[in-house]
Design a protein around this ligand. Sequence first.
Ligand SMILES: C[S@@+](CC[C@H](N)C(=O)[O-])C[C@H]1O[C@@H](n2cnc3c(N)ncnc32)[C@H](O)[C@@H]1O
Length: 376
Amino acid sequence: MIKIFWENYGKRTEKIIQALKRPSEKYAIRVNTLKTTTKEVLQIFHDMHVGAELHPILEEVIDLPVDGPFEIPEYQKKVVVDKFTAESLMQGADLFAPGVLRTAKVRIGDKVTIFAKSGEIVAAGMAKMTANDMLKKRRGLAVGVTDSIYKVFGIRDSDLFKKGFIFDQSLPSIVVSKVLEPKSNDFIIDMCAAPGGKATHLAQLMRNKGHILAVDRSAPRLKRLEEHVTRLGIKNIELLRGDSRNLPEEYSHKADKILIDPPCSALGVRPKLFQGNKDIINTANYQRHFLRSAVKYVKPKGTLVYSTCTLTTEENEANVKFLLDNFDCEIIDQPIFLGSPGEKIEGLSNWQKLQRFYPDMHETPGYFIGKIRMQS
Ligand SMILES: C[S@@+](CC[C@H](N)C(=O)[O-])C[C@H]1O[C@@H](n2cnc3c(N)ncnc32)[C@H](O)[C@@H]1O
């Protein structure tokens, strides 16, 4: 991973890695304005003595404080978890059984220390099931986390979340849906939609009007999107389980706008535990399938927004260049620009109109957003 950063960022690598090891200073919450107002949610946070603040620019965003780093107590009993679970435990999430890789001799009520597979201590807590159940049942609460390196308000357990008033989503991810500028009479395809942060935001911006086709090939992830749709009171999202590289013919050149947020190497996600590499070239090639496909389903003169939560030029600017080299389209300005211009790569003009969020510069995860208009 360090090699990839070095190839892309040279001497800046160390700064980027240091920033990625900790979460952003603020945790963004999107208020679901279909059900409530930012003012009402801010008041509820204040009543709970949570130091919430309105985002200075985005009217639907509230920033919550992230506290830490804290020391984690080391108990005799250990639980080892996978990388993604470890990264969420670092910010105070509870441990559910599917994240457990190894443990032994743990009984209900035992105090346990939780380790990432790579050996770092990420949290500690009280076991809610035996070691045997953690490994065999593969579902349910395994450990109630009491100590984590960082602490953020427990959003997913809150009434605000259960009532559908809020969605926890990183700031650049919130910017993505705004950049697409959805209108209430649009037909929009979200090609990689689950678990639905961006699709549900689009629905909110469209005031529950128009039509969003939210496609994802993963059934469990689509199920999570469906739960969010219900919780948030959304009526204009149609769910489709399928492969966006090959959608039904009826959608050919039908969409006013398309969002392409494909799987990526996720090198911008933070806090990050550093482990093995995804093959960047293969990943970038896979992403190109979605871009090709988007050209087929968008209307003439329609708009595409392409986003990733990663930092490599291969998956970002080079993929936009691929689109421009092969199809009749242009990079256009983004209405919300809170990041930095894209990376300059050979043969790509208007790279300044692409938007990057860098962990070492913006106190956000690393992100990329490109907006493209079809010419014909
Ligand atoms: C980065 S995630 C999308 C996150 C989502 N846009 C959000 O804001 O919550 C990428 C998604 O692409 C889906 N995916 C991967 N290959 C796909 C394919 N061929 N067709 C449709 N979805 C695919 C994955 O299941 C995953 O849910």
